[in-house]
Design a protein around this ligand. Structure first.
Ligand code: XUL
Ligand code: CO
Length: 430
């Protein structure tokens, strides 16, 4: 036991709570469309932002004081102790990690691997004792200076090799801990300037790398989902995994569209010039929806501020897409979110997650009501209903269609898209 969260009681559901550390909307057992809310939302805490991030920004360093900050295995275990205490206080069903969040960097690959094995054994014992499950594991292939020019897409083959070897150990660790997904976020898989970049070569390297990841995962019997997390830029000027549509083209090119799904982050969608629901709808349309990182950016700042969600109507539109994609299977709602750097206290970590979970619960319930109400989907279906009798147009040819238009006197009459009325319907639910 650490005393980091001393004095904070386990968070419970109480819609009439007087304090601000209760769930007012998230009741894990409440049935929404016939399924427990916990099983719909599948919340996860992100190890990196909650326990490893020191509170820095581009203009200043560490603001947080945590008793586990430091580069020893003993401190890594203390960090794990505190993490599992927080999971228990919140009743979190899942967590996520990068290798670099849970173990200190070693002198070389062998030491990194030994440390990863040791700390994941330690975490495994805690999970056996009734701790939460692992939603996904991943490798940090972007913080260390060796990765400054990318990992899989690095011009130096030794970096490619080091990254590939590291991913192997992270897939091993994820499998060992029963992880339900493995994530690849291409942090520096992109470029700073085209003047020194062989774009075609880097794309080929990224494709081969991903093929090897999929092959290895299947070879060792990892039955979780492999997920790519798109992001258009930051840290690099341009990242290859720009958005869902771009990644889909890449997957098709390397024959991986049936193997890899998407982990979509709200803030990344906004950076790409999309809405979150656009990215979710696109993934759904392409059959590659997997999981989400539910953290937003500040709309004024224009960079990835990774804030906890606070906007119920936005979240509702996201879960509306997710429910229509069939909901999560192996995926879930990961809070890849960090406190603001002035939020120094242990209780701030708890409050941030409580608030975010309540926002998601409200969003989910609103989304379910939108589906159950049915008006939106009925209007959508009506809009396309003309196709029922004319689906053969799609398999015809221009000459035949021209003859048909003439013969049948086809002369289209524009119909209202009903946008304002649909927005009014939406606003009744949120
Ligand atoms: C970075 C980001 C990452 C990934 C995992 O913007 O979202 O934390 O989620 O590497
Ligand atoms: Co993320």
């Amino acid at each position: 036991m650490t005393d980091f969260f001393a004095g904070i009681d386990p968070v419970t559901f109480d819609p009439n709570a007087a304090d601000d550390l209760s769930y007012r909307h998230y009741d894990a057992d409440e049935l929404v469309m016939g399924k427990r809310m916990e099983d719909h939302l599948r919340f996860a805490v992100a190890w990196w932002h909650s326990f490893a991030w020191p509170g820095g920004d581009p203009f200043g360093g560490q603001t947080f004081e945590r008793p586990w900050f430091g580069e020893t295995m003993e401190l890594a275990k203390l960090k794990a102790d505190a993490a599992f205490e927080m999971f228990a206080l919140l009743g979190q069903p899942y967590y996520c990690f990068h290798d670099a969040d849970i173990r200190p960097e070693g002198a070389d690959f062998a030491e990194n691997t030994a440390r990863l094995d040791e700390i994941t054994d330690y975490m495994g014992q805690k999970m056996e004792a009734g701790g939460p499950k692992l939603l996904w594991g991943t490798a940090n292939l972007f913080s260390h200076r060796r990765y400054m020019a990318g990992a899989a897409t690095n011009p130096d083959p030794d970096v490619f090799a080091f990254a590939a070897a590291t991913v192997k150990t992270c897939i091993d660790a994820t499998k060992k801990l029963g992880g339900e997904n493995y994530v690849l976020w291409g942090g520096r898989e992109g470029y700073e300037t085209l003047l020194n970049t062989d774009l075609a070569k880097e794309r080929e390297q990224a494709g081969r790398f991903l093929c090897m990841v999929v092959d290895y995962a299947r070879k060792i019997g990892f039955d979780g989902t492999i997920l790519i997390e798109p992001k258009p830029q930051e840290p690099t000027k341009h990242q290859y995994d720009y958005d869902v549509a771009t990644v889909y083209g890449f997957l098709k090119d390397f024959g991986l569209e049936g193997e890899v799904k998407m982990n979509l982050e709200q803030g990344h969608a906004i950076l790409a010039g999309h809405s979150f629901e656009h990215e979710l709808a696109m993934a759904r349309a392409l059959g590659i929806f997997g999981s989400i990182d539910m953290n937003r950016n500040d709309y004024q700042s224009g960079w990835d501020t990774d804030q906890f969600p606070d906007n119920v109507p936005e979240v509702a539109r996201a879960y509306y897409e997710i429910l229509q994609a069939g909901g999560f299977t192996t995926g879930g709602t990961n809070f890849d979110a960090k406190l603001r750097r002035q939020s120094l206290d242990p209780v701030d970590l708890i409050a941030a997650h409580v608030g975010a979970m309540d926002v998601c619960a409200r969003g989910l319930k609103a989304a379910a009501a939108m589906i159950e109400g049915g008006e939106l989907e009925a209007a959508r279906a009506k809009r396309y209903a003309g196709w029922d009798a004319k689906a053969d147009l799609l398999t015809s040819d221009l000459g035949a269609i021209a003859a048909r238009v003439e013969k049948e006197g086809i002369n289209p009459r524009p119909a209202s898209g009903r946008q304002e009325r649909l927005e009014n319907i939406l606003n009744r639910y949120v």
